[in-house]
Design a protein around this ligand. Structure first.
Ligand SMILES: C[S@@+](CC[C@H](N)C(=O)[O-])C[C@H]1O[C@@H](n2cnc3c(N)ncnc32)[C@H](O)[C@@H]1O
Length: 499
C-alpha cells in the first residue's frame, strides 16, 4: 500500500472519521481554491517585504474581501501562510514550494477531479469511466493512482502535507459518501464478506468495488483477508448498526456544498454563488432538513442548551423569565431554558415551515403551555422595547448577512429588559481568527453559500458595544461556545474561565 496510518486510539479514529465526513472536503476546497485564485503569487516572502493587508490582497486577486479572508484564514490556521498582527499576510520559507510551477500544475490537475469525483457512486456501480461534459474520465483509475500506486516524492514534508490535504482529502470524503450511498457501510457491519457477495449486496461492479474497498483499507476502515473484506477492529467498534445512521447524517450537508466548492474561485471573484442560501427556496430546503436533523439528536442538544441555562442561572434568576429564541430551528435551545425553570415562558421565532417542526418537539416536552410561536423574518420583525429577559441566538449568526447584524443587535438590545442578557451560541473564533480549524471551515461554507460569517470575541464586541451591551464574555461549553452580553448590570460568575 502506498499509504499507511499508525494505529490510532478509538477516540482519535472517530474524530478522524468525522473529519473526513464533515471537514476534509472543506479543507481541500480552501487549499485548492487558493491555487485557482492565484493567491500565492500575490503574497510577499516572509521577511523580504512588508506583509500584504487583506484589502490589498483581495484587490490584487480581484476578489471580495470576505471571500479572500475565508480562503486565507484556514491557510493561516494550518500554518502554510503567516499572519502578522496588524500588518498582514506573507509566505513563510517552508511554504516556498507553493510557488513551484510543478506543484501548481499538480494542484490544478487535482482540482480538475473535484466535480467529477461526485460521480463516484456511478463509477462504482458501472465499472466504466464516467462522462464529464462529453469527455470520458477514468475516476477509479485516478483513485488507484492517488491511493494505491507508489507516489513521486514531494519537495518537503510540508509540501507532502499540503498535497495530501488538498488533493486527497476530498477524495477520502467522496469515498466515504459513496460507500454510504451504495450501501457498503451497512453491508460491512456483518463482518468479513467475500468481494462477490459485497458487490451483489451493493449492486456494484466487483472490480470497481475492489478499488473502493482498497481505498478504505488505506483509510484504516477496512481490512482484507484473501478475497474477503470487513471493517478493521476500530471501525467495527465505531460503526455499528446504531452509530452508522448518526455518522452518515453529515453526508447530505457535505454534498450540498460540493458544486459550490468546485467553483469557489467564482464565488470569491464574481460573487457567483452556486448554493445561494439567500434564495428563499434553497434556504427552505436546507433549513427544513437541518431542523429535522437536529430533531433527530434533540436529546443531546437539549443537554447542551441546559448547560447554558445553568450558566445563565448562576448569573441571574430564571424565575418568570421571558425568553426569545431567535432562529429556533428545532426549538432545542428555547426548550432547554423552558425545562430549566417551570415559570419560564419562551417565544420561538423562525420561518413558518421550520416552526411546524418545532411544535411537536415542544409538545412532547409538555412545554407548549408556556410557549409562543412567532413566524417571521428575524431581520424585519418588530421586537419592541423591554420585552425579554433573555434573548437566545443559537447558531443563527452565521446564517445571517453580516451587513444586517449592526441593526439586528441594536433592535435586540432595545428589546431586552433591565438586567437582560443576550446569549449567542455556536462557533467562536480565536481573537486572531486563526482557529479553531473546524470553525474556519464552517465559515468557508458560509461564504460559499452567500450566508453569514463566524465571529471572534473582538468581532462581537465591535457589534455589541455600540448598542449598549458593553459587558460580554465567551465561555467554552461542550461542543460549542456561548457568548453572553449585558449592559453591565449582571455580575459574571466567579472562577469560570472565559474570554
Ligand atoms: C443553523 S440553524 C440553527 C437552529 C437552532 N437554533 C439550533 O441551534 O439548532 C439556523 C436557523 O435560523 C433560521 N433563520 C435563518 N435566517 C432567518 C431569518 N432571517 N429569520 C428567522 N429565522 C432565520 C433558520 O430557519 C434556521 O432554523
Amino acid at each position: 500500500m502506498a499509504e499507511s496510518f499508525p494505529a490510532p486510539s478509538q477516540t482519535a479514529f472517530v474524530q478522524q472519521l468525522n473529519f473526513w465526513a464533515r471537514d476534509a472536503s472543506n479543507e481541500s476546497a480552501a487549499l485548492l481554491g487558493a491555487f485557482a485564485l492565484g493567491l500565492f503569487g500575490h503574497l510577499p516572502d516572509e521577511g523580504s517585504a512588508a506583509p500584504v493587508s487583506l484589502e490589498t490582497l483581495a484587490s490584487r486577486m480581484g476578489g471580495t474581501v470576505r471571500g479572500t479572508r475565508s480562503v486565507i484564514e484556514p491557510l493561516v490556521g494550518l500554518g502554510f501562510v503567516r499572519l502578522e498582527e496588524g500588518r498582514g499576510y506573507s509566505l513563510p520559507a517552508a511554504s516556498s514550494f507553493l510557488r513551484r510551477p510543478d506543484f501548481a500544475a499538480r494542484m490544478r490537475e487535482a482540482l480538475g477531479w473535484w466535480l467529477v469525483s461526485a460521480k463516484l457512486p456511478e463509477a462504482v456501480r458501472t465499472g466504466a469511466p464516467v462522462d464529464w461534459h462529453g469527455e470520458s474520465r477514468d475516476l477509479l483509475g485516478w483513485y488507484r493512482k492517488e491511493f494505491l500506486e507508489p507516489r513521486a516524492p514531494a519537495p518537503s514534508a510540508t509540501a507532502a502535507d499540503y498535497d495530501d490535504r488538498a488533493a486527497r482529502n476530498f477524495l477520502r470524503t467522496q469515498a466515504l459518501v459513496t460507500s454510504g450511498e451504495v450501501g457498503l457501510l451497512d453491508a460491512l457491519v456483518s463482518g468479513l464478506r467475500p468481494l462477490a457477495e459485497l458487490a451483489k449486496a451493493t449492486g456494484s461492479h466487483p472490480e470497481s468495488l475492489r478499488t473502493l474497498l482498497e481505498v478504505l483499507v488505506c483509510m484504516g476502515l477496512v481490512r482484507r483477508e484473501a478475497e474477503s473484506f470487513g471493517y478493521t477492529e476500530l471501525a467495527g467498534r465505531s460503526l455499528d448498526a446504531s452509530s452508522l445512521p448518526y455518522f452518515q447524517r453529515a453526508f447530505p450537508a457535505t454534498m450540498d456544498y460540493w458544486e459550490a466548492f468546485g467553483h469557489l474561485d467564482e464565488a470569491v471573484t464574481q460573487r457567483k454563488f452556486r448554493l445561494d442560501l439567500r434564495d428563499p427556496e434553497t434556504a427552505r430546503r436546507i433549513y427544513q432538513r437541518n431542523a429535522s436533523r437536529i430533531t433527530g439528536i434533540f436529546a443531546s442538544h437539549v443537554k447542551l442548551g441546559r448547560k447554558a441555562a445553568e450558566l445563565v442561572a448562576s448569573m441571574r434568576s430564571l424565575k418568570e423569565a421571558r425568553v426569545l429564541d431567535v432562529g429556533t430551528g428545532s426549538g432545542v435551545w428555547g426548550a432547554a431554558f423552558g425545562l430549566a425553570d417551570p415559570t419560564v415562558h419562551v417565544t420561538y421565532l423562525d420561518s413558518e415551515h421550520v416552526l411546524e417542526q418545532v411544535k411537536p418537539n415542544i409538545a412532547k416536552l409538555k412545554l407548549d403551555g408556556r410557549a409562543r410561536y412567532w413566524a417571521g423574518d428575524c431581520l424585519s420583525v418588530d421586537y419592541g422595547e423591554g420585552q425579554y429577559d433573555l434573548i437566545l441566538l443559537p447558531q443563527v449568526i452565521p446564517a445571517l448577512p453580516p451587513e444586517a447584524l449592526p441593526r439586528l443587535f441594536g433592535q435586540l438590545a432595545r428589546a431586552l429588559r433591565p438586567r437582560g442578557l443576550l446569549i449567542i451560541s455556536g462557533y467562536l473564533l480565536t481573537d486572531r481568527r486563526d482557529g479553531p480549524l473546524d470553525a474556519l471551515y464552517f465559515a468557508l461554507r458560509r461564504y460559499v453559500s452567500n450566508e453569514g460569517d463566524v465571529l471572534s470575541m473582538p468581532d462581537f464586541r465591535r457589534l455589541l458595544e455600540p448598542v449598549g451591551l458593553t459587558s460580554s464574555r465567551g465561555f467554552d461549553m461542550p461542543i460549542q461556545q456561548v457568548v453572553i452580553a449585558s449592559r453591565g448590570e449582571v455580575p459574571w460568575p466567579d472562577g469560570l474561565p472565559s474570554r
